[in-house]
Design a protein around this ligand. Sequence first.
Ligand SMILES: [Zn+2]
Ligand SMILES: [Zn+2]
Length: 235
Amino acid sequence: MGKILSFLYPPRCPACRDIMEDDEIYIHPECRGKFSLITEPRCFKCGRTLQDEDGDICPECRKKRHSYEYGLALYRYNETAQAAMIDYKSNGIRRNGNFFASEAVRELGRLLKRLDPEVLVPVPITEKRYHERGFNQSEYLAERIGAALNIPVDNEILFREKSKKDQKKLSGVERVKNTENLFSSVDDMPYKRICIVDDIFTTGSTIEGCTRVLKENGAIEVGFLVIFSGIMSNN
Ligand SMILES: [Zn+2]
Ligand SMILES: [Zn+2]
């Protein structure tokens, strides 16, 4: 970072937001634990932590049928995650995105390489959001992860249609239904194995909607990689 820029916008720790004395590292070593790393064993479908008795797939994923083949998630969504995501998405602090991407590569990179997707496809955001933020947070993550792992990124095969209803006002079931119509893709799909990249996985309806449209148009194996998984809990 240039001298003037780093004076105006000093690099800050993504967890505690204090200025970093050492610009070479992304996060204070003592702040690492504030992000809740999802460790093995993980559910192969959704990436969340498994209990001993679960087998390969968590009870949630056994109940629901998902169209995607696999899921990788880096951290549980907690208060630190929420604040760091607001800084990243709404306040435009790309450094947080750099940190998330580099941690995703370190923790999940080998596993993702073994799953061998041909391409990373970021979840598209609406045009309105794009104009507000000036960037697509998932595309930024995908590009950094792809560059580090030598996997191409394609942001020109999956599109977001204009939403008829505001997603946030809908219940879980309605969301899945509505999300089915939210995405569209090219019909001459150039890839068979695709890994979707998004910042956060909550109900899974976004990933499900993207997967369905990619598969309808010719993809065979679709998985996802997200930085955060889960809904904020109070404990
Ligand atoms: Zn810190
Ligand atoms: Zn699961």
